[in-house]
Write a protein that binds this ligand. Structure first.
Ligand code: SF4
Length: 445
């Protein structure tokens, strides 16, 4: 989401006459912050302090989750402004009016022509900003913002606010424009992507949106992904839609957070483990090759050893392909931060993290090893030239496996068939099929 927000901010700034440059020579540095953990905030502040010391002439603007948490409507009383290095702050939904906010800081710059390019600051105008995509083949499209779920550990409803969805027609129009510009993969974004509705008033209709976007397969769209989904809204119509799509990738990221009902209740996750099993069963029945990733929190307040063991058993039973595992850390203003009496000491949390990581690794690596010797389709994301003159091309398969292969040229933005030769942990090393390699040799590459 932050990556996508940054693309929209960059677009507004370019329309206001700014040119993207290096950090070294920037007159304006925009820091897009994350506040999922205290550590993220501390890192952002540390970075800005150092930057201001090294570049006292540069202006620093801050946006992202740290702003909402401390800001008010006008930003004039934002506590962040009390931090020395920061010149001004703006909420991400106010991105459209950043040129107006910049005027007093850049008196010599002519904003007249550009100031109203995107209208005033509002979430609707934010969504309308045409992003400056860094990679035309892989694009991110926000379809909703905010969250109404209020999990007890999470700061998002306080930083991103309540759920607001974009009109379906706007999302479809943006996706079509990306595909016509060469997008092969679209990732739909939202804090709760599958609780999407057509605009703020409409019915929930994530399945319908998926099917509309799938029609762009004819124009060259190959892959549709989405993140993050919530089990509560993973309804049968979404599964049916995914199973029928030409552009669906056999990879689902469905955060469960824990493997026992008492912990889920304490986290205010409004489903039971049985429901999660039910959803995964239906997904695997409809799309048997689907790989499954999740989010897990270990060491949540009050988690007993027995509950932790149940989490490990649950992971073994479900057979995850990956887990984004986090050690619980309290965030101010959240309900779980007030459960101090039940906090688990850090060493105990770390020990559980390591044990859970072992469980996931054992399952995931074993599952992955079955892919060695198979050919998969890779969309290449980056290419680096190596000392031997060949290029190291790295990308993802439809199953979301990270794969790299050597070739005589960069393949960024291309989809290629790759034969998986070796697996090292979660990553595969592969090679191009023989014909293509022979072709390269004949061409002397
Ligand atoms: S559903 Fe996700 S974004 Fe919303 S409160 Fe829970 S963890 Fe946070």
């Amino acid at each position: 989401m932050n990556h996508s927000d940054s693309e929209r901010v960059a677009s507004v700034l370019e329309n206001a006459g700014f040119i993207k440059g290096s950090e070294e020579e920037a007159e304006l540095l925009v820091v897009n912050t994350c506040s999922v953990r205290q550590k993220s905030e501390d890192k952002a502040v540390g970075y800005m302090r150092q930057y201001k010391m090294d570049h006292p002439q540069s202006k620093i603007a801050v946006t992202g989750c740290m702003v909402r948490q401390t800001g008010d409507e006008t930003n004039s009383k934002d506590k962040l402004l009390k931090l020395d290095p920061i010149d001004f702050v703006f909420r991400i939904e106010d991105a459209a009016r950043v040129p107006k906010m910049l005027e007093p800081h850049f008196p010599k710059h002519d904003f007249e022509v550009f100031a109203d390019s995107f209208g005033s600051g509002s979430i609707e105008n934010y969504f309308r900003i045409n992003p400056k995509t860094q990679n035309k083949a892989q694009v991110y499209v926000p379809i909703m913002q905010g969250c109404d779920k209020f999990c007890t550990f999470c700061i998002v409803p306080y930083t991103r606010g309540r759920e607001i969805s974009r009109p379906l027609a706007d999302v479809v129009t943006e996706c079509k424009a990306h595909v016509e510009a060469g997008a092969k993969e679209i990732t739909l974004l939202g804090q709760n992507v599958n609780s999407y509705r057509d605009g703020t008033e409409g019915e929930k209709c994530f399945a319908r949106l998926l099917l509309e976007i799938d029609k762009f397969h004819e124009l060259g769209l190959s892959r549709v992904r989405f993140t993050s989904a919530h089990p509560q809204d993973f309804t049968d119509d979404v599964i049916d839609a995914l199973a029928s799509m030409k552009t669906h990738c056999p990879y689902i990221h469905l955060p469960v957070q824990h493997g026992c009902d008492e912990m889920l209740r304490s986290m205010n996750r409004n489903y039971k483990i049985e429901k999660y099993f039910d959803i995964i069963g239906k997904i695997r029945k409809a799309m048997p090759d689907t790989t499954l990733a999740t989010d897990i929190i270990v060491g949540f307040p009050g988690e007993t050893e027995e509950q932790f063991e149940r989490l490990c058993d649950f992971a073994r039973e479900i057979q995850f392909d990956f887990s984004y595992t986090a050690i619980y850390s309290p965030r101010k203003h959240t309900a779980a931060a007030r459960m101090e009496k039940e906090f688990i000491p850090r060493p105990g949390q770390r020990e559980r993290f390591a044990r859970f990581d072992d469980v996931i690794r054992e399952i995931a690596w074993k599952k992955r090893s079955k892919y060695v010797g198979k050919e998969v389709e890779v969309l290449v994301e980056k290419s680096e030239i190596m000392e031997n003159g060949l290029y190291k091309n790295t990308g993802r398969s439809r199953e979301f496996f990270e794969i790299w292969f050597e070739a005589g040229r960069p393949y960024v933005g291309k989809e290629v068939q790759v034969l998986l030769k070796k697996q090292k942990g979660y990553v595969f090393a592969g090679e191009l099929p023989e014909l293509e390699i022979k072709g390269m040799k004949m061409m002397g590459s």
